[in-house]
Design a binder for this molecule. Structure first.
Ligand code: 1YM
Length: 657
């Protein structure tokens, strides 16, 4: 049950909030004028510092401390970082760098360590006037983590001396103290997140693992040893990649389980002076593009100037080379950006002082000089690579040409269908039972497996705002199909038409005709198959629908439990048992074999009525993991799929794919 999201409850709350601004909001203005001192500000508005107080924010606490250790790695002094989840759900981060100096900070008269952990000094570090290029909060991260921790203990070994200090909710709890001589050096921090702040205080090893692995790839050579010592959860991994982002590309291509087009990974980097740029590329035989970018070791999910430079240079260099070797003739059209990126896996990492981030989520790099930096680097080095590796060069150009031909065929297919006005937003599929409401934020489209369930759904729905599209036959597996197939596929065309937002180059979310798109399929193997086929389609071709939270899975009940005239529904085994117990001895449970068995009223009551139903919202928590899952599950290699299903079988009830 925890996995269900009752969307209507959320909506109701939102509406209430709009009607009468909460008292909290009214106070906000007062607080803006009042100058909040020190860490109180962080505890009052944690979201402003770590984004959220849910599970993401919890893990952010660790990243902030690790960032300081990684900074020390980048200055070349430290090579090992330990990250340990302790039995009491506290976390220890330890490095073997110089250690924080044991002296007194002249500006404040406080121990330097205390300043680092309790003051929201802005800008760079204040040790030696150096700057900070690791991600995070410009050197105030450690203080933020401290403020949001129930307690924190810091130990520093610097210049042969060991010091400690302890904090509670950001306040000094045990004074800074000299503990004795030592031959060690480095910093060790242990903290326990404050349950007063966080909704969730149990760390997830896999979330930390992903981030630590990313950091290990981005900082070639560093060893990060991640351990979980909680009873029954013991695990440990050493993350260490001498090849840096080239190893990252290799890793990503291994996850994708497809063939590499050329054996080597193309690696380019500018000089070591800042700003610096690094790019690694390798093509595979899939039709997808995986380009991930970083600025100062932080993911830039929305891209930005470094990605723009990358794309511009890639298109130019490949076209120049294709013409040079005669693969493109004088009269041929240029390869498009999409052509040259089909099947590419690339990692771009830039480091600079004063990185500027744009957009709401601050995950888009804005510095214009970086575009030129990456573009020039690639124009030079990628051209050089092709000259030195003509065999690989030829294979890459052939892949792009194949993509270009497929795109041309897709364009023709689309034009053909467009002429027949099949994909035009004004035409609706014959099978669609549309709703009356026109404001898309209020409407729902049910994609229903099978005609009989479709019939029940049509009769049971509230036609004011619910539309039904029954799906006939198997949905196309887009993972194994090029665009031309997708655009002309008879199972997908009605969906594309009903949604009204177009596809590919024509995609326009503004034209989306429904606020919620709800996949309603049986709880059996065939239903699971349809669900995953539809999700693959949305993920590969209309990802924005998932990103913007439009895609949902309906949750039909598994059992009908009745005693005499009393009927109740159960969504899992435990609920069924509870209801039988509640109704007493002669209650009987019937298992639904499919949606088609339910009559319209039952379907409405259990699965479609917004006051009763529960919907599962589809989210992309980790795009790379999703990419992997879809490549493995829907690709054409059997062994990785078998392994994946075996390893993920325990999640099957959650994911149900
Ligand atoms: C487990 C977390 O914080 N390591 C760490 C932090 C610092 C230094 C070394 C360091 C930096 C500098 C000079 C400098 C920090 N020092 C400061 C401050 N690991 C962890 N390792 N000497 C030591 O940047 O100039 C802040 S963080 F302020 F003292 F310089």
């Amino acid at each position: 049950m925890e996995n269900r999201i009752d969307v209507n409850e959320d909506l109701a709350l939102e509406e209430k909030a709009l009607e009468n601004p909460s008292s909290e909001e009214k106070n906000y203005e007062d607080e803006q004028i009042r100058v909040l001192e020190g860490l109180e500000a962080v505890r009052k508005r944690p979201g402003m510092y770590i984004g959220t107080t849910s599970i993401g924010g919890l893990h952010h606490l660790v990243y902030e401390i690790v960032d300081n250790a990684i900074d020390e790695v980048q200055s070349g002094i430290c090579d090992t970082v330990f990250v340990t989840i302790n039995a009491d759900n506290s976390v220890t981060v330890q490095d073997n760098g110089r250690g924080i100096p044991g002296g007194i900070n002249p500006q404040t008269g406080l121990p330097t360590l205390e300043v680092v952990y309790t003051k929201l000094h802005s800008g760079g570090k204040f040790g030696d006037g150096g700057y900070k290029v690791a991600g995070g909060l410009h050197g105030v991260g450690a203080a933020v983590t401290n403020a949001l921790s129930e307690w924190m203990e810091v130990e520093t070994c610097h210049s042969g001396k060991r010091y400690t200090e302890r904090f509670a909710r950001g306040q000094v709890d045990r004074e800074f103290a000299f503990e004795g001589e030592t031959d060690q050096h480095g910093v060790k921090v242990t903290f326990k997140p404050d349950p007063e702040i966080f909704e969730e205080t149990v760390f997830d090893y896999d979330i930390l693992l992903n981030r630590m692995r990313e950091q290990a790839f981005l900082n070639a050579g560093v060893k990060i040893i991640l351990s979980d010592v909680r009873p029954e959860m013991e695990r440990s991994e050493e993350l260490h990649y001498e090849g840096g982002i080239a190893s990252y590309v290799d890793y990503l291509n291994t996850l994708k389980h497809c063939e590499r087009i050329h054996p080597d990974i193309i690696y380019m980097r500018s000089g070591l002076d800042l700003p610096s740029a690094e790019v690694a590329i390798q093509y595979n035989d899939s039709y997808n593009e995986t380009v991930i970018s970083f600025a100062n070791s932080m993911t830039t999910i929305e891209g930005g100037t470094h990605e723009t430079g990358f794309r511009a240079a890639l298109t130019k260099v490949l076209n120049d080379y294709a013409r040079k070797i005669g693969a493109l003739k004088a009269t041929d059209k240029n390869l498009s950006g999409e052509d040259v990126r089909e099947g590419i896996t690339a990692v771009i990492s830039i480091k600079m002082e004063d990185a500027q981030f744009e957009s709401q989520t601050k995950s888009k790099l804005g510095n214009s000089e970086i575009r030129t930096l990456v573009e020039n680097l690639m124009n030079r080095k990628l051209t050089e690579y092709f000259e030195e590796n003509p065999a690989s060069g030829k294979l890459i150009i052939e892949k792009a040409l194949a993509a270009s031909r497929a795109r041309e065929a897709a364009r023709k297919a689309r034009e053909l269908t467009r002429r027949k006005s099949v994909l035009e937003s004004s035409t609706l599929p014959g099978k669609l039972a549309d709703c009356q409401e026109r404001r898309s934020e209020l409407t729902e489209l049910y994609l229903v497996e099978g005609d009989s369930a479709g019939g029940s759904a049509k009769d049971g729905r509230d036609s004011r705002f619910q539309a039904i599209l029954p799906l006939r036959g198997k949905v196309l597996n887009v993972e194994k199909s090029r665009l031309d197939k997708v655009y002309s596929n008879q199972s997908l065309i009605p969906i594309i038409q009903a949604l009204g937002c177009g596809i590919g180059e024509d995609f326009n979310i503004e034209k989306l005709r429904y606020g919620k798109i709800i996949i309603m399929a049986d709880a059996d193997v065939d239903g699971s198959h349809i669900r995953i086929l539809l999700l693959t389609f949305f993920f590969r071709h209309m990802r924005k629908l998932i990103e913007d939270g439009h895609i949902y899975l309906a949750q039909p009940p598994l059992y009908k439990v009745h005693r005499g005239k009393i009927v109740k529904y159960a969504f899992n085994e435990a609920e069924k048992d509870a209801i039988i117990a509640e109704l007493g001895g002669s209650a009987e449970a019937e298992r639904y074999k499919g949606l088609g068995e339910m009559d319209p009223e039952q379907l409405w009551e259990t699965t479609m009525d917004p006051t009763y139903r529960t919907l599962l919202k589809v989210e992309i928590n980790d795009a790379i993991a999703c990419d992997e899952a879809f490549s493995i599950l829907m690709g054409d290699q059997v062994e990785p799929r078998r392994l994946f299903i075996e390893q993920n079988a325990k999640f099957a009830t959650n994911l149900d794919i």
